[in-house]
Design a protein around this ligand. Structure first.
Ligand SMILES: [Zn+2]
Ligand SMILES: [Zn+2]
Length: 389
């Protein structure tokens, strides 16, 4: 039962995410308070009920595909090829927000080029037309894709998982923020605050008006989260900023263009620099992280707890060994090592799972990415080399 649950859970999360995060804005902007938000509406007319039904059906299909790809990457041996780490101390804490931003940048880059590809006349009708049937998008449009586009969209998951070391918390934040920005892009209403226009963020980020224009005009404005690729490739619609200003003028009146706001941009840059310094400061001379035993293929995660270092076996090269590790639960290869110097750790025990014995030993960080494991057993000494992953 527990096994089935862990497969159903990602699907349930995907479905709930869609209906909750698209449903609540729909309820607010389209059912309860459309008059209140009248000035925010980007296109004056409303989409029809049949549009919403079509969008919901296609989006439900997309959530199944996204959940399927997620399961394939996280619940099969493919996880070995990903950079996912489960011990939060394997990376500095600041890596969580930094990896989240990197994942959004990578997703935006993947999306921009994939999006331009499916706008090619040979592919547009066959793949992308379903999404563009929503000329006047609503929150329900967010995942309204043809099945082939849903598969293409889902490819971003393996790309991110293979390239960026991410903790499940960062993955969850990515899944949520990605979808919330997506819903904002299809909201049909501009809700950006007044200060955005003259801040660094306006130069970088997409707005709801930006993506709405893509749906209305069918081309230009291909980016997902950021304006960067559209600006570099000169695919941004020349009227976009003017359109945005018109809507904001309708909302805020003549003083809709507040003065240049450098404070928020500066604060953001300050936080990012502190995070990067923090990451750089922690990485040298720490044995924490993922290691691979070159000889046995074992993958070990080393982490620190109350001043002692432990190494937990995460997996192995051979499927039969992996099965055993799964059955046994937590297997600790290293226990209770103390740091003697930046490169030497002592007085702990080493468990050798193949021989089923525990020996005393020391660890020497010979190079940044090379750890020597020295074991003593019945008067004999032996050593192994682990490489950082
Ligand atoms: Zn498009
Ligand atoms: Zn769209």
């Amino acid at each position: 039962m527990k096994d089935q649950f862990q497969y159903i859970l990602p699907l349930a999360i995907n479905i709930i995410r869609y209906f909750l995060f698209a449903g609540i804005p729909f309820l607010i902007f389209y059912i309860k308070f459309p008059d209140f938000f009248k000035k925010n509406k980007i296109q004056s007319r409303f989409a029809k009920r049949k549009d919403f039904i079509r969008e919901i059906l296609h989006s439900t299909q997309t959530t199944f595909i996204l959940a399927g790809v997620g399961l394939l990457m996280m619940k099969t041996p493919l996880i070995e090829y990903t950079q996912v780490y489960f011990n939060i101390s394997d990376q500095p804490l600041a890596w969580i927000p930094v990896s989240l931003i990197l994942a959004l940048v990578l997703h935006d880059t993947f999306f921009y080029w994939m999006h331009r590809l499916i706008h090619h006349p040979l592919l547009f009708k066959r793949i992308h037309l379903v999404h563009h049937k929503s000329v006047n998008p609503s929150p329900w449009t967010s995942y309204s894709f043809h099945i082939l586009e849903a598969i293409l969209e889902s490819l971003v998951a393996p790309i991110i998982l293979l390239l960026i070391p991410m903790h499940p918390i960062a993955l969850l934040l990515f899944a949520l923020s990605s979808f919330i920005i997506n819903v904002y892009g299809h909201l049909g209403y501009e809700i950006a605050p007044k200060w955005l226009r003259h801040s660094l963020f306006f130069e970088i980020l997409n707005t709801s008006t930006h993506h709405n224009y893509h749906h209305e005009k069918f081309n230009g404005n291909y980016g997902l989260y950021f304006r960067i690729w559209d600006r570099i490739m000169k695919t941004e619609h020349p009227d976009y900023v003017m359109q945005y200003d018109l809507i904001q003028k309708r909302r805020f009146g003549d003083d809709h263009q507040s003065k240049y706001n450098w404070k928020i941009g500066a604060l953001f840059l300050f936080i990012v620099s502190i995070s990067l310094v923090n990451i750089k400061a922690k990485s040298p001379s720490s044995i924490e992280g993922k290691w691979k035993d070159e000889k046995t293929g074992g993958i070990i995660s080393i982490y620190e707890e109350d001043g002692l270092y432990f190494g937990q076996l995460l997996g192995a090269d051979k499927a039969e060994h992996n099965q055993k590790i799964k059955e046994k639960g937590k297997i600790f290869i290293l226990k209770n090592f103390k740091k003697e110097s930046d490169t030497k750790y002592c007085c702990g025990t080493i468990f050798q799972p193949l021989e089923k014995r525990t020996v005393k030993g020391t660890l020497v960080l010979e190079e940044e990415n090379k750890l020597k494991i020295n074991g003593k057993y019945a008067g004999f000494t032996g050593s192994r080399i682990w490489k950082r992953m």
